[in-house]
Design a protein around this ligand. Structure first.
Ligand SMILES: Nc1nc2c(ncn2[C@@H]2O[C@H](COP(=O)(O)OP(=O)(O)OP(=O)(O)O)[C@@H](O)[C@H]2O)c(=O)[nH]1
Ligand SMILES: [Mg+2]
Length: 303
């Protein structure tokens, strides 16, 4: 093409027009055609990739909407359950069976640090709501979720727990007692008296709002499989031989106390205990439903 030829391109987003002015010389049509062809190809590609990108975005949004419709939104109501008690009374065994029902508790080692484990036990409600982001109706499921705090049975961990409890929202306290027995029935050990000691009382009394902030306190006699007596007699005898420790606990938490005899080894009253602890946050109807459903869930998990 001649050097005096003037080319003016006007470029729009989805197309282009080309104006050519010639001064004196005839243009090189082959070159001009090639340039025009190239420009058209570039503009065509730009417009193609733009519409391609748009349809890709639309597909992605549709897929996200589909995901949102088909996937429930999970919300949790937590209950904190704190396990305290002397060494070897079975706190970790209980925590394990509640959260991992298949655990072999006979091989458990003494805990070295405190641990928190979680488990959802109950569907509290299910409702539809409008997700304003995707403009679709979605399902929201609210579950009751237990957060189990398991402390090793040493005094320093007991003190640590007492410091932490006031930061929890209406926790339930499970006070485990050591249980032992021989052929003549339950026998007294010093472990409970020394754990639920005067020092324990004082540390609770000194911790402002601890006792009043608790939803419930449950005294737990684990290992009742070791006692061959009928439950009522075993319960009375355990209360008698642990009278001092129980008196101290009653003086701190009267009005909120329950007592359970359980066995982590043969699963006696394990679910009732968990149900009672969980029910601290529920109304009467939900409590009944919780008890029924929890049995089914745990029975299934243990098969
Ligand atoms: N017979 C019998 N043994 C049990 C029962 N529950 C737990 N044990 C055994 O008691 C031992 C101690 O249990 P753990 O659950 O580790 O006790 P813990 O209270 O967590 O002890 P620390 O972590 O040391 O404070 C383990 O050998 C368990 O198998 C029970 O119900 N019956
Ligand atoms: Mg333990």
């Amino acid at each position: 093409m001649s050097s005096s030829a003037l080319l003016i391109f006007t470029h729009h987003e989805l197309g282009a027009s080309v104006h050519i002015s010639l001064f004196g010389y005839s243009p090189d049509y082959e070159l001009l055609t090639a340039v025009l062809g190239f420009v058209t190809a570039v503009l065509g590609f730009v417009s193609f990739s733009k519409s391609n990108r748009l349809s890709l975005l639309e597909t992605r949004i549709e897929k996200l909407k589909e995901y949102a419709i088909n996937h429930q939104v999970l919300d949790y109501q937590y209950i904190d359950i704190v396990l305290l008690g002397p060494r070897r009374c079975g706190k970790t065994s209980a925590a394990k069976l509640w959260t991992e029902a298949w655990s072999d508790i006979s091989i458990l080692k003494p805990s070295e640090n405190w641990e928190v484990s979680e488990i959802s036990v109950f569907e509290l409600e299910r409702c539809e709501f409008l997700d304003t982001l995707f403009e679709v109706n979605r399902t929201m499921r609210k579950e009751l979720r237990l957060r189990i705090h398991d402390y090793p049975g040493e005094d320093r961990f007991r003190l640590e727990a007492i410091k932490k409890i006031p930061n929890l929202n209406k926790p339930v306290l499970l006070l485990f007692f050591e249980v032992d027995a021989n052929n003549a029935g339950p026998i007294s050990t010093n472990a409970n008296n020394s754990y639920y000691s005067r020092a324990f009382m004082e540390s609770v009394e000194k911790s402002p709002g601890l006792a009043s902030g608790l939803a419930k306190v449950i005294i737990v006699f684990n290992k009742c499989d070791l006692i061959t007596w009928p439950e009522k007699e075993a319960r009375d005898e355990l209360a008698r031989i642990n009278q001092d420790a129980i008196n101290r606990i009653e003086s701190l938490f009267s009005g909120k106390l329950e007592t359970f005899l359980i066995s982590a080894a043969n699963n006696t009253h394990m679910i009732s205990l968990l149900g009672s602890a969980s029910s601290a946050a529920l109304g009467k109807e939900d409590q009944k439903r919780l008890d029924r459903e929890m049995r089914t869930v745990f029975e299934k998990r243990q098969q």
